[in-house]
Write a protein that binds this ligand. Sequence first.
Ligand code: ATP
Length: 226
Amino acid sequence: MACLTSAAVGLFGGTFDPVHHAHLRLAVEMRETLGLRELRLIPCHVPALRGAPGASPAQRRTMLELGIAGEPGLLVDDRELRRAGPSYTVETLAELRRELGPTVPLVWLLGLDAFAGLPRWQRWTELTAFAHLAVLARPGAALPQDAPLQSFIAAHRCEAAVALTRPSGGLWFQPASRLEISATAIRTAIAAGRSVRYWLPDAVEAFIRREGLYCPPAPSTRLETT
Ligand code: ATP
């Protein structure tokens, strides 16, 4: 797709436990391709639909800051970390719409795996009242054929270039690099003592090692006495 020019703001939410090179590469690529004036990475506080993250909210925010350091146009928006309770995207989008005004196009970016689970999100059909949805392909993820999602797609699908002339309401499948990297694979490799080099920025890996994140607790060295 040709590079678009818009004053749109991109929003990329996630657990970022930890942030990795697929998140960061897609963020840079989307900023360029969609001509976004900025792209905000939005770490969730309490993920509504999964178990507790391995790293604390503050550690996940620090890893994001390390990951985007020096990259113009990318920023960390920590509003969900400052909000108590589960992080509902619809509330985040409503708040951003109030802050940024009624006319700026907002684009919520999400991987196909996340999009496939959309009908489990709080007030999911209202998301497009506040923003556009741009769905990024992800290796191993497929579009489910369930009726609610299919009719939602049919109601909102449009070209990115057309959508970006409006503040919200559109949905499209965004061509992007396919990178087979996941935070789960990173956490698993660290727990198993394997290398995670090149899956994530060196500064993020150094932070993980320094904080002892994702390692199983060391076995007790206490000697049993009889
Ligand atoms: P986990 O393995 O813990 O589920 P993750 O790698 O999916 O983590 P998240 O922080 O949960 O990372 O993802 C944030 C957003 O980034 C989601 O919309 C997810 O679909 C998307 N995403 C993450 N990795 C990729 C990838 N490799 N390709 C495309 N989208 C991705």
